[in-house]
Design a protein around this ligand. Structure first.
Ligand code: XMP
Length: 515
């Protein structure tokens, strides 16, 4: 991002590194996460307002521990070390780090001295600790500014050199005054002004997209998901109908979803929309297939084939756009250059004759944004809430929510029941609380009784999970009355279902999806 202040967050492998970056962005300061191993030249080229060293699992006493060039402490740029970042700072500047008698984990009361880092904070409050090693002697020029029962150096500072460090994690919500502390570092110590705003991002992006694309045309695979929808809206604002979107309807979308995408991207953002109706093609290819991995492979392959066919028909497109977002960039470790085309954007593995068309290269207008920022941009651009707040939906869609062979009848059952579940969750205010929820058509039939008739019909499962990253997930404790309403409605309104079960398994050991 040109023309705004920036904080660099050095990643030492801590589980909360992304969280640090998100907190900073929430405070309207732009930041980037870089690996701890970047060169000094690259560090200086960022011209950053401040540096933050993240936590990490290693011990600074190990020979091959992640480290940083000590010249970084001589740049007159404020530094905040967090957990491992504090230990590294102490270690590199001549302090002592030792293994603590007890591993300290969880909530601890910390006492704070007077420091610019602790402005507007009470004398003591709860902080979140997670460490085995700790500083036992601060480097020359430093003083301890915080203590806890077990930790004489919960935080230290060298005010003259503007180097600060904390043993606890200000970025997690368990640390009561964590946000105030980070705010102090940014605004009191680094002199940040808060110039990172949604509007700034939109204006900058529009300008740079226009500059790069010129008179060219851009192709974007639209899936109806949040990222590709926001990318489409942003590109549309920049280049209008020089944007061509291809939407492949594989027939496994949720109720009314295809219609909604079509409506938004013809009426609100009138892009050049190519819809490929491939419902029959997919069903044909999947006939008789019951094994989940095979289903996924066929769907992936057909999807790429449909997208490639559509792309071949387009004469002028020379750029390919993707909805890559910042967590993908950080996690893939490729902080530089363009990421490969992601399979879950459904255009992975395009044939060479198609990729050869994109002589202009790949555009990833959202690659520096976190998901919550993507949503803010989407809202600011005028996308409807239903798209901006859409829950995650797997590329293969409803096909992997039908156990066994996929047929039109089964698709109807899963689509209608999913629509009822979504309606009831929305009515009961659960739609934003629960991260993902859906129905699954099992391949089990059970005996029931309807009226006076014995029935032998399908068991349908309801799944609802809360999670922050989808790597792990908890089953959601949906209130019984909502489950009751959902069950009654599905049984009454959807044919061929006579029993509903609720999935009470977390991930791990289960996964979110059933296939
Ligand atoms: P699992 O089932 O692996 O799901 O616990 C974790 C998250 O990923 C989604 N998911 C997919 N997303 N293409 C996608 O784009 C896929 O093939 C796919 N499979 C699972 C799933 O819905 C959940 O949000």
């Amino acid at each position: 991002m040109k023309g705004i202040q920036k904080i660099l967050v050095f990643d030492f492998g801590g589980q909360y590194t992304q969280l640090i970056a998100r907190r900073i962005r929430e405070m309207h300061v732009y930041c980037e996460v870089v690996p701890y191993s970047v060169s000094m030249d690259e560090i200086l080229s960022h011209n950053a307002q401040g540096y933050i060293f993240s936590g990490g699992p290693a011990s600074v006493l190990d020979a091959d521990a992640p480290s940083i060039n000590p010249r970084i402490f001589e740049q007159n740029v404020p530094i905040l070390g967090i957990c491992y970042g504090m230990q590294l700072t102490a270690h590199l500047l001549g302090g002592t780090v030792e293994k603590a008698a007890h591993r300290e984990y969880g909530k601890v009361t910390a006492h704070f001295n007077v420091s610019p880092l602790f402005k507007n904070m009470p004398k003591e409050s709860i902080v979140w600790m997670s460490h085995t090693f700790q500083v036992t002697k601060v480097p020359e020029g430093f003083v301890s500014i915080s203590t806890s029962q077990n930790c004489p150096f919960c935080a230290m500072q060298n005010e003259e050199k503007k180097i600060y460090a904390v043993q606890f994690h200000p970025e997690v919500t368990h640390t009561q005054m964590g946000n105030t502390l980070l705010h102090n570092f940014l605004y009191e110590i680094c002199g940040c002004v808060g110039d990172w705003t949604t509007q700034y991002f939109i204006d900058q992006s529009v300008e740079s997209i226009r500059e790069r694309v010129g008179d060219g045309h851009v192709l974007l695979g639209l899936s109806g998901g949040v990222d590709s929808s926001v990318a489409a809206a942003l590109l549309y604002k920049a280049i209008g109908n020089h944007l061509v979107c291809v939407y492949v309807d594989h027939g496994f979308m949720r109720k009314n979803e295809t219609e909604e995408v079509r409506d938004v991207f013809t009426r609100v953002f009138p892009v050049n929309l190519v819809t490929v109706d491939a419902k029959k093609r997919f069903l044909n290819e999947l006939r008789g297939i019951t094994y989940s991995e095979e289903k996924r492979k066929i769907i992936g392959k057909e999807f790429v084939a449909c997208f490639a066919d559509a792309a071949r028909q387009l004469q002028d497109v020379t750029f390919l756009a993707q909805g890559t977002i910042y967590p993908d960039v950080i996690e893939s470790g490729s902080n530089k250059g363009s990421a490969v085309i992601k399979s879950h954007h459904n255009v992975g593995g395009l044939p060479k004759d198609v990729t050869d068309k994109f002589t202009g290269g790949i555009l990833e207008p959202l690659r520096m944004l976190f998901k919550d920022e993507v949503r803010e941009v989407g809202t600011a651009l005028g996308l409807p809430n239903s798209l901006v707040w859409r829950q995650p939906f797997p590329g293969p869609g409803l096909a992997i929510r039908i156990m066994g062979e996929i047929t039109e009848d089964k698709l109807f059952i899963v689509r209608e029941s999913d629509a009822i579940l979504r309606e009831e969750f929305a009515v009961n205010g659960l739609d934003r609380k629960v991260n993902q929820y859906f129905t699954v058509l099992t391949n089990t039939q059970t005996v029931g009784v309807m009226g006076d008739e014995r029935t032998l019909e399908n068991v349908l499962a309801v799944r609802a999970v809360s999670t922050s990253d989808f790597m792990t997930a908890d089953w959601y404790k949906v209130p019984y009355d909502v489950l009751e309403k959902v069950s009654t409605r599905i049984i009454n309104e959807v044919p061929h279902v006579n029993r509903i079960v609720y999935d009470i398994t977390s991930k791990p050991p289960a996964t979110v999806e059933w296939e």
